[in-house]
Design a protein around this ligand. Structure first.
Ligand code: NDP
Length: 494
C-alpha cells in the first residue's frame, strides 16, 4: 500500500501528492498547481504540496462512497478496535508528529506534544464509545398505544467532508476523524495548505493501523479545493473549522443538497477577573488564554475584563509576565511562544493592530522577541489598555498575539462587556466566590465556561459555540451524534 507522505532523507524536505484516494497517491494534473510549505520559524521552504483538481476531488468522494457500506456494516466494536490502534500508533509516533508540527507551525515542543496527546485521547475516547452498543443499536420506545411498537435507530450519516485550518492540525483533524469513523462514516479530509504535512503523517499512521482503503481519503489544496469538496453531491455531511467568513460560504454551499453541517468558527472571548480573584493565578490564565499558540486560537480570551480595584495590580504582574515570555524558535531553551503560521497571517495581524491604534487604541506594553528570531513569522505579543468597545481590536477576531484589557466596576457591567459580541465560543471567570462564579456561568453567552482553570479540553466535553462561533458541537456524545442520522419506526402489532 502506498504511503501518503514522502520525506527526502538528504534534506528532510517533504513532497506531498495532490491526493491520496483509497490508499493510492495521485500527483497533480498540473504540476504548477501547488504551494510551497514553509518552516514558520525560519521562513525557509521545506517542501511542496501539489493541489488536487476537480476530477481528483470527485474520485476521493466516490472512493469514500464505495468504502461506506463495508465500513458501516462492521460492528462498532470492530471499528473501535481500529480507533484504539490509531491512538496507540499516534502515541508511538509522538516524536515524529511533534517534530513536524514544530517545523511547519513553529509550535514550542510542549504545545506540539500537547496536541499529540489530545489526538491520542480523542481516538481513545471514541474507541471506548464504540464498546457501548446502545449508542449504535436499535432500541425500543415505550409508546402510549399498545397496538403499536416503536423503535429508534441511529445510523452513519454517510460520506463526510472534513475541512480543517492550520492552527491545530493534529487536534482538529482528530476531533473530526475519530467520531466520523466510530459511527461508520467514511471521510475526505482537506487540510490547510500551510500545515498539511501533519495530516499526511496522520493519514500514513491510520493506514498502517488498519483503516481500510477508501475510509479516509485526503485531498490537498487551497479554498478552491475545499469549495469543490463541499459542493460535491455525494457528500452527506460537512464538518468545517475555520473563519466565520468561509463558514458562511460552506453553509450556503451545503444548503443546495441540505447537507448536514457542523461549523466551528471564530471567537472573541472574554476572561473576567473579579476583585476577589487570586491575581497571580488570573495573570497565568490570561497569559495562556491570550498567547498560547501565539494567540492563534478560536478560543483565545483576548478580551480581558478586570475589576477596577485590582486593575493596577493585575496590569503590573501581567506586564512582567509578558516581558518574561521567551518568544523564539521551538528548539530554544525555555521557549514559551513561537511564530505565527505564515507571512500572510502575520501581515494580517499587524494590519489589524495598526488599524486599532490608528483608531485610538493605546498599547500598554509588549513582549520582546528573542535574538534567535531573525527570520520566520514571529511577532511580539501586544497588550492594549482600555480600548473603545467599537475599536477593531475589541470587536474582531485578531488570531494573533494581541490582547485587550478593560476595567469594570459591577458584575453586570462585566457580563455586558463579555457578551458584547456576536461570537460566543468560550469564557473564563476568575473568582474565589462560588456563588458569583455560578451567576457568571449562567449569564455568559458561551459554549464552554472555565472557572479558575486554564483552557482545559477533554474529549468528554463538547466544543462549539453560539452565534457567529458556529453551529453544532464537536467532541463528547454530541460529537458522535453529529455523524449519525436518527430514524424512528412505528409498527402495528397486528
Ligand atoms: P479559512 O477559514 O480561510 O480556512 C479554513 C479552511 O477552509 C482551510 O482548509 C481553507 O483552505 C478552507 N477553505 C477556504 N475557503 C474555502 C471554501 N470556500 N470552501 C471550503 N473550504 C475553504 O481560514 P484561514 O486559514 O484563511 O484564516 C483566516 C482567519 O480565519 C484567521 O485569521 C482567523 O481569524 C480565522 N480562523 C479561525 C479558526 C478557528 O479555529 N476558528 C482557524 C483558522 C482560522 P486553505 O487555507 O488551504 O486555503
Amino acid at each position: 500500500m502506498a504511503t501518503q507522505f514522502e520525506q527526502r532523507p538528504e534534506d528532510g524536505s517533504v513532497m506531498l501528492p495532490a491526493a491520496t484516494i483509497a490508499g493510492t497517491r495521485y500527483g497533480a494534473s498540473n504540476r504548477e498547481a501547488g504551494n510551497a510549505i514553509h518552516n514558520a520559524s525560519t521562513g525557509e521552504v521545506i517542501g511542496w504540496q501539489e493541489h488536487a483538481d476537480a476530477a481528483q476531488v470527485d474520485a476521493a468522494v466516490r472512493a469514500a462512497q464505495a468504502a461506506l457500506d463495508a465500513w458501516r456494516n462492521r460492528t462498532p466494536a470492530s471499528r473501535g478496535k481500529v480507533l484504539h490502534k490509531i491512538a496507540e500508533s499516534i502515541a508511538a509516533d509522538r516524536a515524529r508528529l511533534s517534530a513536524m508540527q514544530q517545523r511547519v507551525s513553529g509550535k514550542p515542543p510542549l504545545e506540539a506534544d500537547t496536541d499529540v496527546s489530545d489526538a491520542v485521547a480523542t481516538f481513545n475516547y471514541y474507541a471506548d464509545l464504540c464498546a457501548d452498543i446502545s449508542l449504535f443499536a436499535t432500541d425500543t420506545l415505550a409508546l402510549p398505544d399498545d397496538t403499536v411498537t416503536g423503535e429508534r435507530q441511529y445510523e452513519a450519516v454517510g460520506v463526510a467532508a472534513l475541512i480543517v485550518p492550520w492552527n491545530f492540525p493534529m487536534v482538529t483533524s482528530a476531533w473530526k476523524i475519530a467520531p466520523a469513523l466510530a459511527t461508520g462514516c467514511t471521510v475526505v479530509l482537506k487540510p490547510s495548505e500551510f500545515t498539511s504535512p501533519v495530516e499526511h503523517l496522520l493519514a500514513e499512521i491510520m493506514t498502517a493501523a488498519g483503516v481500510p482503503d477508501g475510509v479516509v481519503n485526503l485531498v490537498n489544496g487551497s479554498g478552491e479545493v475545499g469549495a469543490l469538496l463541499v459542493a460535491h453531491p455525494l457528500v452527506d455531511k460537512i464538518s468545517f473549522t475555520g473563519s466565520t467568513a468561509v463558514g458562511r460560504k460552506v453553509m450556503q454551499a451545503a444548503a443546495q443538497d441540505m447537507k448536514r453541517v457542523t461549523l466551528e468558527l471564530g471567537g472573541k472571548s472574554a476572561l473576567i477577573v473579579r476583585a476577589d480573584a487570586d491575581i497571580e493565578h488570573a495573570v497565568a490564565l490570561a497569559l495562556g488564554g491570550a498567547f498560547a499558540n501565539a494567540g492563534q486560537m478560536c478560543s483565545a480570551t483576548s478580551r480581558i475584563i478586570v475589576h477596577d480595584d485590582v486593575y493596577r495590580k493585575f496590569m503590573a504582574i501581567f506586564e512582567a509576565a509578558v516581558r518574561a515570555l521567551v518568544i523564539a524558535p521551538p528548539q530554544t531553551e525555555n521557549v514559551s511562544m513561537g511564530p505565527l503560521v505564515s507571512h500572510a497571517q502575520r501581515a494580517r495581524v499587524q494590519a489589524l493592530l495598526e488599524q486599532g491604534v490608528a483608531d485610538g487604541a493605546t498599547i500598554a506594553f509588549s513582549g520582546a522577541l528573542d535574538n534567535a528570531c531573525t527570520e520566520g513569522f514571529f511577532m511580539a505579543p501586544v497588550v492594549v489598555a482600555e480600548p473603545d468597545t467599537a475599536n477593531v481590536l475589541w470587536t474582531d477576531e485578531v488570531f494573533g498575539p494581541v490582547a485587550c484589557v478593560k476595567s469594570f466596576r459591577t458584575d453586570d457591567e462585566a457580563i455586558a462587556l463579555a457578551n458584547d459580541t456576536r461570537y460566543g465560543l468560550v469564557a473564563t471567570v476568575v473568582t474565589r466566590d462560588g456563588g458569583a462564579a455560578r451567576r457568571y456561568r449562567n449569564a455568559l453567552r458561551a459554549g464552554l465556561v472555565w472557572i479558575n482553570t486554564p483552557q482545559l479540553i477533554f474529549p468528554q466535553v463538547c466544543w462549539g459555540g453560539l452565534g457567529l462561533s458556529g453551529i453544532g458541537r464537536e467532541l463528547g456524545l454530541a460529537g458522535l451524534r453529529s455523524y449519525q442520522e436518527l430514524r424512528h419506526c412505528i409498527a402495528s402489532r397486528g
